[in-house]
Design a protein around this ligand. Structure first.
Ligand SMILES: C[S@@+](CC[C@H](N)C(=O)[O-])C[C@H]1O[C@@H](n2cnc3c(N)ncnc32)[C@H](O)[C@@H]1O
Length: 217
C-alpha cells in the first residue's frame, strides 16, 4: 500500500470543476491508464483496482444534476453515498442541503480522495473505508448509488442490500448511464441528463445519465 494515499492523490490529480456541475470541484485525472500504472507501482500490486476515484462517472454526474434540480430530496436529511469513488454524490448532496453525508468505498485511494474532495468544497464527508454490503442498512434517510452496475458480482450484492435499505424506509436513488448489469425492472426512472464524461472511460464523451428510484416510490 502507498505510504500516503492522500499524497498520491494530490500528486496525480488536478483540482478542477466538474463538467456540468461546476459548483463542485474534485481532484480529477485526465488519463486512466498511466494513473492505473502509477497505482500498481505505488501499491506493488499488479491487480490493483482501476483508479475510479480520479474520475466523475456518468452515474454520479446524473445524481449530482438531479440533486441540484431537486434539493428537497436530500435537504436536512442524512445521506449515504455507496461506492462513492471521488465522493461526488455525497458532496453534491451536501451542496444541496443534506444535513450530513457519509461515503463508502473499498479503495483506500478513494477514501483519501473523498476526504480531499470534501475539504476542497468546504464540506465534511464521513469516510467509510470498507465493504458494507454484508452489513445492515446504515442509519440514514437517503442512499445514493452512482454508477454501481458495471460488474456482475458487485451488482449481485448491491441490489439486495439496496432493497433491504428500501424496506427499512430509506429512499434509494440510483444514477447510471445504462450499464450492463443495471436492474431496470426494479427501478423507476426519475430523470435523464446529458452528462459530459471522457473517452478515457466511455465509448463517447457525452452520455445519457439516468436517475432512478428503487421502487416502489
Ligand atoms: C464507477 S465508480 C463510481 C464512483 C462514483 N459513485 C461516481 O459515480 O463517480 C465505482 C466505485 O465502486 C467502488 N466499489 C467497488 N466495490 C465496492 C464495494 N463492495 N463497496 C463499496 N464500494 C465499492 C469502486 O472502488 C469505485 O470507486
Amino acid at each position: 500500500m502507498a505510504a500516503s494515499p492522500r499524497g498520491f492523490v494530490l500528486r496525480n490529480t488536478h483540482l478542477r470543476p466538474v463538467p456540468g456541475l461546476e459548483e463542485v470541484r474534485l481532484h480529477l485525472a485526465d488519463e486512466v491508464l498511466p494513473l492505473w500504472h502509477a497505482v500498481q507501482v505505488e501499491t506493488g500490486d499488479p491487480d490493483a483496482a482501476l483508479p475510479y476515484w480520479a474520475f466523475a462517472w456518468a452515474g454520479g454526474l446524473a445524481i449530482g444534476r438531479y440533486l441540484r434540480d431537486h434539493p428537497e430530496v436530500v435537504a436536512d436529511r442524512r445521506v449515504f453515498d455507496l461506492a462513492a469513488g471521488s465522493g461526488l454524490c455525497a458532496i453534491a448532496a451536501l451542496s444541496a442541503g443534506a444535513s450530513e453525508a457519509a461515503g463508502a468505498d473499498v479503495d483506500p485511494f478513494a477514501a483519501a480522495a473523498m476526504g480531499l474532495n470534501a475539504y476542497a468544497n468546504g464540506e465534511r464527508v464521513a469516510v467509510v473505508r470498507r465493504d458494507v454490503l454484508d452489513d445492515a442498512a446504515p442509519d440514514v434517510d437517503v442512499i445514493l448509488a452512482g454508477d454501481c452496475w458495471y460488474d456482475a458480482r458487485l451488482a449481485e450484492r448491491v441490489l439486495p442490500w439496496l432493497h433491504r435499505a428500501r424496506d427499512r424506509g430509506i429512499d434509494v436513488l440510483v444514477g447510471d448511464p445504462g450499464r450492463r448489469y443495471l436492474p431496470t425492472r426494479d427501478l423507476v426512472e426519475l430523470a435523464v441528463y446529458d452528462v459530459r464524461t471522457t473517452t478515457e472511460l466511455e465509448d463517447l464523451d457525452l452520455k445519457q445519465g439516468r436517475v432512478y428510484a428503487l421502487g416502489p416510490v
